[in-house]
Design a protein around this ligand. Sequence first.
Ligand code: GCW
Length: 721
Amino acid sequence: MIRISALILLSVLAFGVTRADNGYRLWLRYEKISDEAMLGKYRTLITGVWIAGTSPTTDVIRNESAMALSGMLGQQVAMLTGPADASVIIAKISDAALARVKSELANGMAGIADDGFVIRTVLWSGKKKLIITSNSEIGLLYGTFHLIKLLQTLRPIDGITITSSPRVKIRILNHWDNLDRTVERGYAGISIFDWHKLPRYIDQRYHDYARANASIGINATVLTNVNANALVLTPMYLEKVKALADVFRPYGIKVYLTARFSAPMEIGGLKTADPLDETVQAWWTAKIREIYKYVPDFGGMVVKANSEGQPGPQNYGRSHADGANMLARALQPHGGFVMWRAFVYDNAVPVDRTKQAFNEFKPLDGKFDSNVIVQVKNGPLDFQPREPFHPLFGAMQKTAVMPEFQITQEYLGFATHLVYLATLIKECLDADTYSKGKGSTVARTMDGTLYGNSISAVAGVANIGNDANWTGHQFGQANWFAFGRLAWDHTLEPETIAEEWVRMTFSNNDKVVTSILSIMMASRETLVDYMTPLGLHHIMGYNHHFGPGPWVKNKQREDWTSVYYHRADSTGVGFDRSPSGSNALEQYHPEVRKKFLTKEACPEEYLLWFHHVPWVFKTKSGRILWDELCHRYYRGVEAVGAMQNTWRSLEGLVDEYRFKQVDAFLTIQKDEAMLWRDACVLYFQQFSKMPIPAGLEKPDHGLEYYEKLSFPYAPGIRPQW
Ligand code: GCW
């Protein structure tokens, strides 16, 4: 025994890193702080903690602070029973004990949301104390996680004044998890929700999931897939939902479910699901009342209707507003919301699928009840590596609109490609819709400030599964983290968020921080380069969406093929969405339209999204389009090589388990980037009929080889497909 520990100790000393870590602890690792100077300071400032009150949430705060502070300070930190001896006080602003310092705290508290918080050093009977306060206990929990983060990232805590308040009210994860534990577009194992064992077995993982979410301010979760199963609304499953909601409640997380529109027929025995039918309305009213008996703070329903085969109001000649309002009215007395998805396209293949959501929803603006939020994907197509922002942002002016981002990497290399998504999310949020003049950003349509909505929300499609490290790729964790951080405060910079995450998740070592930051910050552009440069989109493998498939054609629907989107021919490549083509551009504000209107003016990252461009068109680099396309594909692969080298330079500075896993995944990423490059370049070359520019290595195989590759068991496919 002793010998083994000595061995472990030796290897720890040799590598200068702590024990192997499979990533389960995410960014909440709480290792002892290795910076002696900071450790000393923290030890003097944090001697004992008093947390006012006793409730499930204050218990969570107590456990978390005891675990985090004792872990990081390497010594027991006392959890005290009163404020007198405490150097850290965590109490609601209304707590009598804070009366003596209330005026000092008042400034920071002005105008903060209920779940916002203030952290501040005050003088208390002549002694300095650090106070964390809020209007609510959940705010205290968020403040506690903030203080923990300051220590994890080696920030000063003496004399600080921090005020933080979320800009968006509902910060929600959407799980596409099925009751049989498969996860649609999930690449990190099976669902963490073990429906069969619930409610009798409560996995510790549910608590750890809730802790992680609370630490980044996520306050809601949709447990089930939008391709919904009505069974979740039956008593047997509602018992299970209740068990999860009970676990999540102390962490401030509300549970939502997906409503299958035909549920009244499937589990209610009705002959119709027509939203204007009184028996249907009564069924939903009773069902929702029943749900609230199980889960008194139930958040509401998320609905995918009349999209990809899901039933909806249009089956009865009714509109999306009719369907949404019916549910909204049943939820309204209980304070619940309907998140009605605008990801719709019907069975008749349209001229341009990207236009459909706008065409269906814009005319309904103003027709939705006030507890309906229309949930809009970031772009008008479907979570591509790059899309322009969805034209419904800014266009819906009398309806609350929430963006939906995909954290799981359906179109971005699954869980083996390292791609940091904060830059993608931010690009959308910062985009200017011009709907109310310059500065009408998507972020402002989301947070409600542009049109004065009383409710605001944002959704992220989760990348979480039961893999040891939760997200398949260690760096997938960064995307979960970044989603939460941006949902809380969309003004944060992706780099700031990345730095927090790296310091918390890997190390405060300068070389580790700067190296990983450089990898993360370039990763999304790199992926765009080797998958879909210059505005290409939807050219991946059919159905499973794995790998390149620009040749995909003649399928069930034309708009599920690649040729529908890239339109390559002897004259050029790209989808003409200008007035000479589908004119999808008309759905944007004239100022936005102007930016994209001509091939010459259009920013190159969107060029082939909006235009069919001749192969010989002169791009900004001076190269003709064909050469530029090749150049970008090759540049993408090279950049993955650079990521690999940078990562390898961290050997010994990152624990071995994670080091090796990330390294192995980067090798896969490199191979797959080459696959994308070679397959796409060869495919498009058939049309350009020009050589791969000199100096660029030739693909190893002919096009036929790539076309024949098949991946029948690629993960994450919808089971019924
Ligand atoms: O991107 C498509 C996915 C489907 C998904 C759908 C949606 C949940 O391929 O798997 O279904 O989007 O967002 O509804």
